[in-house]
Design a protein around this ligand. Structure first.
Ligand code: FES
Length: 143
């Protein structure tokens, strides 16, 4: 009869719960790294009634100022390849310059026109004079 090995192959015995916790924390830290805040603009460059185009980590974004709040959406319309930063801002909506599709800026929801797919929106924070956008690190899903 072959002698049993002293090495246990059970992951629970190799990695007890006390060791598993830091691994979970490391995964969370990695996720937060991917979700980091990216400085994109000076607050004075984001004017009410118009959209400001910025590029953050290769993503074209449109920034909007509505009252005291600042919003960020993807700059490319979900209908075709038009820059919403060249569109027309009316209240809390932006109209695409190409086919006049209208999106609700805070939610990215399509309002009217040929647009049916929501616009991607990004969390925004303002610290001092700097506008930060949180990018997810995922590929943009628009269109
Ligand atoms: S490209 Fe924006 S509505 Fe057609």
């Amino acid at each position: 009869m072959k002698p049993r090995s002293a090495t246990c192959r059970s992951p629970l015995k190799i990695y007890p719960p006390r060791i598993a916790r830091p691994q979970r924390a490391g995964r969370r830290a990695l996720l937060e790294l991917h979700m980091s805040w990216c400085p994109v603009a000076h607050i004075d460059s984001v004017m009410e009634g118009e959209a400001t185009c910025v590029v953050a980590e290769g993503e074209p974004l449109a920034l909007y100022r509505i009252g005291e709040a600042v919003y960020a959406t993807h700059d490319i319309c979900t209908h075709a390849h038009a820059h919403l930063s060249e569109g027309f801002v009316n209240g809390d909506c932006v109209e695409c310059p190409l086919h006049e599709g209208v999106f609700h800026i805070p939610t990215g929801r399509p309002i009217s026109g040929p647009v049916r797919v929501p616009l991607r929106v990004y969390p925004v924070k303002v610290e001092g004079d700097q506008v930060f956008v949180q990018l997810s690190g995922e590929d943009a899903e628009h269109g």
